[in-house]
Design a protein. Structure first.
Length: 255
């Protein structure tokens, strides 16, 4: 359950929130808005909050040991390693300007999960900066934002008005969260029905928790996207049950 916080004024450059209807499995809905979250009196400030603990994931690659949860096979995408549930499709999103793979979308029948890894600063977390940018962009697009508490700290429930394929007006719900690690931030965005249903949302959270981040050692500016590597084609995968993987040439979402 998320607890709502008062929305902070947006002071950072805008950063687009996930766009409805652009990727399979993330279709906008005309149904009810996200479930209500319980009230809280906390407010967002410019001061960086304490980094949330990650005792059970997601992990940095250097934190892995011989525990079963650590050695479990994952789909290696370079900057991130994931374990999609059975039936999920894996879509790599490519920045058309740079032709770099910038994010991965795990698409199921109840919604989708987008993962983006960016470089973080050594002295302060990156997620508060991204939160303000997402809030600002939602305001610009006529959407609404509810801030609350999630498993790893503050989260944003975002609702953006969109035009549905039949021409009617609907909304694109999403839940955005960020986890700061050693010199990186993993941004996860839950889209579609999973952003409205707590049970389905928990399943997406479990994928996030099981993720491994591989930032690399090269110098990177805070907020710079860690490039991903497309996975092998399904027929060459070791696991016969490996999910299908396709590349999406649509615009990628900056972190």
């Amino acid at each position: 359950m998320f607890r709502r916080r008062a929305k902070a004024p947006a002071t950072e450059p805008t950063e687009p929130a996930e766009k409805g209807g652009e990727t399979a499995g993330t279709a906008a809905t005309s149904g009810p808005a996200a479930p209500a979250v319980s009230e809280a009196t906390a407010t967002t400030s410019d001061a960086a909050p304490a980094k949330p603990a990650r005792p059970n994931g997601p992990w940095d690659v250097d934190e892995l040991d011989d525990r079963p949860a650590h050695v479990a096979p994952r789909l290696d995408l370079g900057g991130v390693r994931v374990r999609p549930p059975a039936g999920f499709k894996v879509q790599i999103q490519v920045d058309q300007a740079t032709q770099k793979s910038t994010s991965v979308m795990l698409v199921g029948d109840q919604g989708a999960l987008q993962l983006v890894v960016v470089a973080g600063a050594k002295s302060k977390p990156q997620w508060p900066v991204t939160m303000r940018a997402l809030q600002s962009d939602a305001d610009r697009r006529g959407g609404t934002v509810a801030e609350g508490d999630g498993p790893w700290g503050p989260v944003l429930r975002i609702t953006i008005p969109v035009t549905l394929p039949d021409g009617k007006q609907g909304v694109q719900p999403s839940v955005a969260l960020g986890i700061d690690g050693p010199r990186w931030m993993l941004r996860a965005t839950i889209l579609g029905k999973a952003a409205l249903d707590q049970e389905q949302m928990n399943k997406m959270m479990a994928i996030v928790q099981d993720t491994v981040v591989v930032r690399g050692e090269e110098p990177m500016a805070p907020g710079e996207v860690v490039a991903l590597v497309p996975p092998p084609r399904p027929e060459s995968a070791v696991d016969a049950d490996a999910p299908d993987a396709v590349q999406d040439q649509g615009p990628s979402e900056p972190a």
